[in-house]
Design a protein around this ligand. Sequence first.
Ligand SMILES: [Zn+2]
Length: 434
Amino acid sequence: MPVAVRKHPLALRLTKNRSMSDSITITRTVYFRCRLPRQMANAFNAESGRIYTQVKIEHYRVYAQTGHWLSQYDAMRLNDFYNHDRPALLHAHSIDAAQEGFYKACRTAKANREDGAKYPRHNKPYRTTIWKKSGIRRRDDRLLLSLARGLDPIRVALPDYLHDLPDDAFTEMKLVYNPASHHHEWHLVITVDVPQSESLGTNVAAADLGEVHPAALTDGEEAVVISCRQLRAQKQHTAKNLASLQHKQSHHKKGSRRYRRLQHRKNRFLAKQKRRRRDIEHKISREVIDWCEENNVGKLYIGDVRDVADGKRLHRKSQQKIGAWSHGKLRKYINYKATAAGIEVNDKIPEHYTSQTCPECRNRYKPQGRVYTCPVCGFCAHRDVVGASNILSRAVYGELGKVRPPETVKYRHPVLRGKRSSPGHGASSSVSPA
Ligand SMILES: [Zn+2]
């Protein structure tokens, strides 16, 4: 028997808990052009790369000699010892960050070993230099980035839109080389406390993130499908052009002038497509949050994609396909936009069978197209809305099939129709399939 979700006790509990804290912390990264002389920027990143490489080499050396992994603490001490008579360039904590980089890479490799990840082996001639909060000071409209003792700090002009931020908002600064634009960029991590918005929703909703439609949402009374052909088209366009460039590249000798030119084109093309995708994903997540606010949603459930193959572990090939589907980013954007709007997000709802189980008779079948038609009872609804309803049902009632998908489905198109993704600059002249 389907039950309406609107006045579930959960919603009340939610508001009670929330009133205790009146501000939330938001972390964001902003990017802007680095105006440092190229030689200077290169020197910093070369020094970070040198430290990273040195830690890596020492580490493997000790391992080869003793058969033991060096602890992170010991390795960092050892590294400091080797460098003690060398004139330092970077701030002590920037050095720490470069050293920690190796351990971070090891941890990532360990976590993904099943997928074939390997421990870091390569030397890094350059590495992103990181200034931690302790190395960042604010003076008027500039940030001072500390270097080693005795050296003048670097002065970085803050972009206008960051002038109003409090002095302690600047958490981390990274000096990143962008191979596509051939320029260095600043990546500035900002942490701000935002007052919790008062108009906290009491409603509960669920979102199903999918490949064809980026998001389907329902609160049990209304259903909306966020549709975006541009996102899919953009992905196809990227894959197609990339394949074509790689094919052209395969005719040339690696390292030849022609090969390098194609490589440059490829980098520029990929960077442009990445910016475009980010823009689209921001618009989609904005649309999701707008709908939540309009419908007074206080808690949003999202399916956990890791179970996307109905609990089974995927082959590497399909894993890649899901990777290209960019759930991670969209999920991240939805998460932080929701937090800013005072909506609580739970994105750990297991997704298995949510798009297969009939909300009417709980029969399980795998729909072929976009329409879910139950072969047993004839129940018919939009496939993604069935998914969202079942996620909501699992989250609120602990089982599937308790939330009936609303009969009418609205569509929203966050990216204007007719606005095509333009073919990448310098890319082949094939027309985008938008
Ligand atoms: Zn059925």
